[in-house]
Design a protein around this ligand. Structure first.
Ligand code: NAD
Ligand code: UDP
Length: 310
């Protein structure tokens, strides 16, 4: 198959490209390299099944492809808040451009949505039927609302034009190829610990997140694209739930060294808890995560040790 991956030079996108190339697909990786890096895909450059195209998803594009994965969008709060208007444009116009192309070439099209559509959730754990609790005018809104509109567009193109869609709601994912300056909690804590610095826990550290190792997540993507039982939206994430204090302690234990925990101000609208209900993923995809947090953190520490030379 010929497959277009937008955001393919990013953390998740590059792992997805790896899996697609290994499965024998021809992959077009379209990326403006805002948060993505050539080094994530350097090993595929020159491969006959792989092509990098530097392009912005807000500008239209045309390719003859069988499948489209739309991942282009900065994902970490400091990056998506850097130019919030551009973030909303990327989500909304990127979705329109992918859907327009999918409609024209009759491709199956996948949207990387997010647990952020649930906002600061009033229901716990979050099932796909929950409509969320999102601030429409806050610092996180450019991302959350952009992703919500993208979901709306996907379902309207499906209903109005019969476009063959798949929508996944991704919960916090971590692993090799995260950017050391990404700003997300797992990369921050590991890089701080490897440098012997103190780990910056925002607020009291009792807020929770559920962390999925990247290999598990990508397996969920591929299963969703392959099957015809559901179009989503479907949660993919690890239902193990940890406080940021527990995560900090685990990272300190795995890295060793002199680091301690220090507290910093909690960012605005920081969700208090997050945990996926993965009943639908189990039922329709036969999917569940296989890599426990302690093992995934060890593998990620090994990557960052090399990456930052610590
Ligand atoms: P990332 O920042 O590493 O990757 C995003 C990629 O998109 C980068 O390569 C970036 O250069 C590219 N990009 C950004 N704006 C673009 C534009 N306008 N045109 C073309 N390319 C553009 O982030 P990631 O963690 O790999 O996330 C990938 C997708 O998954 C994103 O859509 C994100 O919202 C979603 N997601 C990720 C997580 C997670 O925990 N990693 C959680 C929920 C949702
Ligand atoms: N966080 C933290 N220290 C950091 C970075 C993040 O305590 O150095 C917290 C952050 O406030 C949030 C959680 O970790 O409660 C997850 O943050 P991240 O930015 O990774 O993802 P998101 O908030 O989008 O789930």
């Amino acid at each position: 198959m010929r497959v277009l991956v937008t955001g393919g030079a990013g953390f998740l996108g590059s792992h997805l490209c790896d899996r697609l190339v290994a499965a024998g697909d021809d992959v077009i990786c379209l990326d403006n390299l805002f948060t993505g890096r050539k080094s994530n895909i350097a090993h595929m450059l020159g491969h006959p099944q792989f092509e990098l195209i530097r392009h912005d998803v807000i500008d239209p594009f045309k390719f003859e492809v069988d499948q489209i994965y739309n991942l282009a969008c900065p994902a970490s709060p400091p990056h998506y808040q850097f130019n919030p208007i551009k973030t909303t444009k990327t989500s909304v116009m990127g979705a329109i451009n992918c859907l327009g192309l999918a409609k024209r070439v009759k491709a199956r099209v996948f949207q990387a949505s997010t647990s952020e559509v649930y906002g600061d959730p009033a229901i716990h754990p979050q099932p796909e039927s929950y409509w969320g609790n999102v601030n429409p005018i806050g610092r996180r809104s450019c991302y959350d609302e952009g992703k919500r509109v993208a979901e709306t567009l996907f379902f309207d193109y499906h209903r109005e034009n019969g476009v063959d869609i798949r929508v996944v709601r991704i919960f916090n994912t971590y692993g090799p190829r995260m950017h050391p300056n990404d700003g997300r909690v797992v990369s921050n804590f590991i890089v701080q610990a490897l440098r012997g610095e103190d780990l910056t826990v925002y607020g009291d550290g009792l807020q929770t997140r559920s962390f999925c190792f990247v290999d598990d997540l990508i397996e969920g993507f591929l299963r969703l694209m392959k099957q015809t039982e559901t179009i989503g939206p479907i949660n993919i994430g690890n239902p193990g739930e940890f406080t940021m204090l527990e995560l900090a302690e685990l990272v300190i234990e795995k890295v060793g060294g002199p680091s301690k925990i220090v507290h910093r101000e909690l960012p605005a609208d920081d969700p208090k808890q997050r945990k996926p209900d993965i009943t639908l993923a189990r039922k329709h995809l036969g999917w569940e995560p296989t890599i426990p947090l302690a093992e995934g953190i060890e593998r990620t520490v090994a990557y960052f040790r090399k990456e930052i030379g610590a």
